[in-house]
Design a binder for this molecule. Sequence first.
Ligand code: AMP
Ligand code: GLY
Length: 418
Amino acid sequence: MRVLVVGGGGREHAICWKLAQSPDVTELYCAPGNAGIAQIAKCVNIKATDVDGMVNWAKDNAMEFVVVAPDDPLALGMVDALEAAGIPAFGPRANAAIIEASKAFSKELMKKYHIPTAGYETFTDLDKALAYIEAQGAPIVVKADGLALGKGVVVASTVDEAKTAAREMMADKKFGESGSTVVIEECMTGPEVTVLAFADGEHVSTMPASQDHKRAYDGNKGPNTGGMGAISPPPQYTPEIAKRCVDEIFLPTIQALKAEGRPFHGVIYFGLMLTPSGPRVVEYNARFGDPECQAVLSLLDSDLLEIFLACREGTLDKLDIRWKGQSACCLVLASGGYPLDYKKGYPISGLEEAGKSAVVFHAGTAQQDGQTVTSGGRVLGVTALGGTLEEAIANAYTAAKPISFTDMHFRTDIGRAF
Ligand code: AMP
Ligand code: GLY
């Protein structure tokens, strides 16, 4: 089968790496890809958000299956457009991807179907939002409705901070139209875990749980990033909690989307907070998380293509998906300054040596004059397994040692910060 993967980060490298192991994948393409992906797939220079460009290229080059990995093209309806052109595609259609693209929509869905989440109100009027913040007091959470590159959430410890956030989103349009509507919600407490699940519109099959590290610096300090590392599975996610999550959150969510005429086919991301009163949803995403994907897919024994096809066809319940009973750690090596200003174009050394004891997924890399150079904020994700979580963490840090580039930055406490 001729397969195209849309995207070009660490997550897409992990998806390509796993698909390349499938005997049914005869040719693998990735748009736009990166320097690491180019070693296992043919990279095509089309932006992930270019829906028309992608559909036309896929048609012209007789793609038989397209995997849409990032949030933007899913929200833009790339899966709908591919299917309309007769090309089978993996990922939710736009009417289901809305669970990530609109926080107001997903909160309304959870309220209607009694899925546990933080109490909230939605506002389009700034004065009403300010009055609500005043009445509720702090701590309180202010969220822009739409996609804001993970930056549209302010967990405010004072009323003034919350009001400033609401003003910036609603009046100053800090996130453009994404902030015309804001969701203001109760502040929850407890450890956060991610559960990714394959979904076929009707059934869900959960992957091992994982845990991201969103802050830039050790001790969960500094600005929010796309994720500085991930482990799987986190010890806090016990079998008892998992059972509650399936019964109270995962199945009800899939059934709710189906009942609303928005069947979800793809990978659904449950961002959960394990609060003193039980697990609750922080957010839904309509895709694999990055870097959670790199850790979790490293633990998959089964054929990923077969699972993707079953998600599209509604036959997930017929599959026996097998996982290695091990732990995984993905350590992100980032450009100094990320997520704020950083320079690109620095040569990276030590990749081959590191690759002997771990899988080094590329995120922001490019090929320049025969050299692999940095080309983004998150550069690499060094991913290792172990019999225990401690072993996986130690293996990832040991494997990363030979890698260096100017101003390289990473957290030293992945898996130990909670
Ligand atoms: P989100 O983009 O919705 O995942 O929010 C980003 C981060 O903000 C989450 O990973 C949480 O750490 C935090 N957060 C979001 N909503 C809440 C909430 N209601 N209570 C406490 N923390 C929250
Ligand atoms: N790592 C968080 C996300 O992909 O949304």
